[in-house]
Design a protein around this ligand. Structure first.
Ligand SMILES: Cc1cc2nc3c(=O)[nH]c(=O)nc-3n(C[C@H](O)[C@H](O)[C@H](O)COP(=O)(O)O)c2cc1C
Length: 132
């Protein structure tokens, strides 16, 4: 059982409503792959935590890298986990809004993701992106 967390950014191909579609697709596909986790979308930034067998995470990463709705995907941590943290979450959307990222911080503290990465991610989703 591995845990993986990455950050990526909505691309020009991303449309409003896509987050809903992504959650739907994930809920359909992830049980087959034995993958669970959560997704945050805030300030044009995605943070996704996924857990499952290593081969499943590799396959998901291949799909994610080919998905033109986001770009600059950067895996921040990937590690062996002692067990599954979110067994009931096929892919839960965590609402980070109104400048409140406490839910993200709280959920990540239930995982084995390092405190340094958690702090960096909270900062990232709280900061509006500059116009390119
Ligand atoms: C930020 C982001 C997160 C995603 N997370 C998942 C996921 O957890 N599981 C999944 O199957 N697809 C996820 N997708 C969609 C995949 O990139 C891809 O579109 C999908 O796996 C294709 O599935 P389909 O062939 O059943 O349409 C995500 C896409 C984005 C942009």
């Amino acid at each position: 059982m591995q845990q993986l967390i990455y950050v990526s950014y909505a691309s020009d191909d991303f449309q409003s409503g896509d987050v809903f579609k992504i959650i739907e697709t994930s809920a359909r596909n992830n049980p087959t792959r034995d993958v669970t986790g959560f997704l945050v979308y805030a300030h044009d930034t995605f943070v996704q935590f996924v857990e499952g067998p290593a081969a499943s995470l590799d396959a998901l990463l291949d799909d994610l890298k080919a998905d033109s709705r986001h770009e600059r995907l950067e895996v921040l941590e990937r590690r062996e986990g002692r067990g599954r943290c979110f067994p009931n979450w096929r892919m839960e959307r965590l609402a980070v809004s109104g400048g409140d990222a406490r839910i993200l911080e709280q959920k990540l503290r239930q995982t084995e993701i390092s405190q340094a990465t958690i702090a960096r991610l909270v900062e990232t989703v709280m900061t509006p992106r500059m116009a390119a």
